[in-house]
Design a protein around this ligand. Structure first.
Ligand SMILES: Cc1cc2nc3c(=O)[nH]c(=O)nc-3n(C[C@H](O)[C@H](O)[C@H](O)COP(=O)(O)OP(=O)(O)OC[C@H]3O[C@@H](n4cnc5c(N)ncnc54)[C@H](O)[C@@H]3O)c2cc1C
Length: 380
């Protein structure tokens, strides 16, 4: 029986572990619970189109990741887990200037082309005047002049999805330990992981440590260029309003709004590439998020401030995830680098990496995501 240790219990590590255990492998997940875990902070937008759509290698992965979501939810339901916060609520892509309104026309064309190429999750597209957009999201201000509504966009609650995966895989016999771990090598082979409690033998090891993956890989001589990018967001409560079915609001910058039941609005997010590992909310970060949110939706001024969250997005050097076996050590695998799209793509990446470990054919060519695309020796 394949015996695998997964380093990192964010959405990606938990997904690798879940599909392994469902296929009969023996699995341990070891998670350090770092402050700044991206999964615990992630907003949870499953958008109509992503900003990195320009990278052709991402298109099939995105398409299949979105097709896969219902399969994931069905598998979890089979395991008795139905609380994930997932809902198809649609998205309003809003324009606040005439120039933006023109870009909406282009966006619509791109959405239609991608939908024709198989991105069925985009759903129906409708162009709306500002007043009509406000019927979907009543707090939007007069600054919104036009919007494009995409009916298929969805949201997920990363914390609840992760808890559901963890419960399901533990119930299937996997072990989940809260500790730090690193790959353990002996005579040029990975023999398991080193934890504070000693070395645990394993037939294969997966590094799924999010923004912290590089240092674990470096210990095994593997160059995995992933850096942290801090993201801050704010959770608000709109007392007395039922926001359960409100759509996601996207603009042409990095800021957005999304809603959860019963009255929660999430305003996000900063993108701070120079943050290093400082997973803290800053006055400037929270100010910027609130300022943008209130510009878009002045009606949010009366909302109750619930909490600010912060997470470190695992950004790979070329923007693509890093998935697959180490070119140096055959039983060492990597699953990381999902940047700002890991809640959308990570569950599917987990299933792909589980297939690789189990020597099953993958439903998608994972070649473009292989760790071997980077130099194998750690520089310096
Ligand atoms: C503000 C913000 C908003 C976002 N919004 C979205 C969104 O709307 N849609 C979307 O799809 N994605 C979004 N993302 C991105 C998404 O959250 C991430 O891509 C995804 O959660 C990454 O998952 P992961 O498992 O790779 O990493 P993480 O969730 O960071 O988990 C890594 C885990 O590994 C553990 N670990 C690391 N090293 C070790 C070690 N040596 N030993 C033991 N444990 C270790 C850490 O403690 C951590 O728990 C957002 C991210 C942020 C920060």
């Amino acid at each position: 029986m394949l015996d695998v240790a997964v380093i990192g219990g964010g959405i990606v590590g938990a997904s690798v572990a879940y599909w392994l255990v469902r296929h009969g492998a023996r699995v341990s997940v070891i998670d350090r619970q770092d402050v700044g875990q991206a999964t615990a902070a992630g907003a949870g937008i499953l958008p109509p189109l992503d900003h990195f759509i320009g990278n052709p290698a991402m298109l099939p992965l995105l398409r299949e990741a979105r097709r896969f979501y219902p399969q994931l939810l069905a598998a979890l339901a089979e395991d008795g887990e139905t609380e994930t916060g997932y809902a198809v609520v649609g998205a309003l892509h809003v324009a606040t200037s005439d120039a933006d309104a023109e870009r909406l026309v282009e966006l619509r064309r791109e959405c239609e082309a991608q939908r024709a190429a198989g991105m069925l999750h985009i759903g129906e597209l409708t162009e709306l005047e500002g007043a009509a957009a406000r019927r979907y999201f009543p707090l939007l201000g007069g600054g919104v002049v036009r919007a494009l509504h995409a009916s298929g966009a969805a949201r997920i609650d990363g914390r609840r999805l992760l808890s559901a995966l963890r419960r399901a895989l533990e119930r299937r016999g996997a072990r989940w330990t809260e500790a730090s771990a690193e790959p353990e090598l002996e005579a040029g082979r990975v023999v398991g992981i080193r934890t504070p409690a000693g070395v645990w033998p394993a037939g294969a090891v997966v590094i799924a440590g999010g923004a912290w993956s590089s240092s674990s890989a470096e210990r095994a001589g593997l160059y995995v260029p992933v850096r942290p990018q801090r993201g801050q967001l704010v959770h608000l409560e709109l007392v007395g309003s039922d926001t359960t079915e409100w759509p996601i609001v996207l603009g042409f910058g990095t800021h957005y709004l999304l809603s959860f039941a019963p009255s929660r609005i999430v305003a996000g997010a900063t993108r701070e590439p120079a943050s290093g590992y400082a997973a803290v909310n800053t006055a400037g970060g929270v100010h910027g998020v609130l300022e943008q949110a209130l510009q878009l939706a002045p009606g949010l001024a009366r909302a109750r401030l619930l909490e600010a969250r912060v997470g470190l997005r695992p950004m790979s050097a070329d923007g693509l995830p890093i998935l697959g076996a180490s070119p140096l050590l055959p039983n060492l695998y990597v699953a990381t680098g999902h940047g700002g799209y890991g809640l959308e793509v990570g569950p599917y990446s987990g299933a792909l990496v589980a297939d690789l470990l189990l020597r099953r054919p993958t439903p998608l060519d994972v070649g473009p995501f292989a760790p071997a695309r980077f130099a194998t020796a750690y520089p310096g």
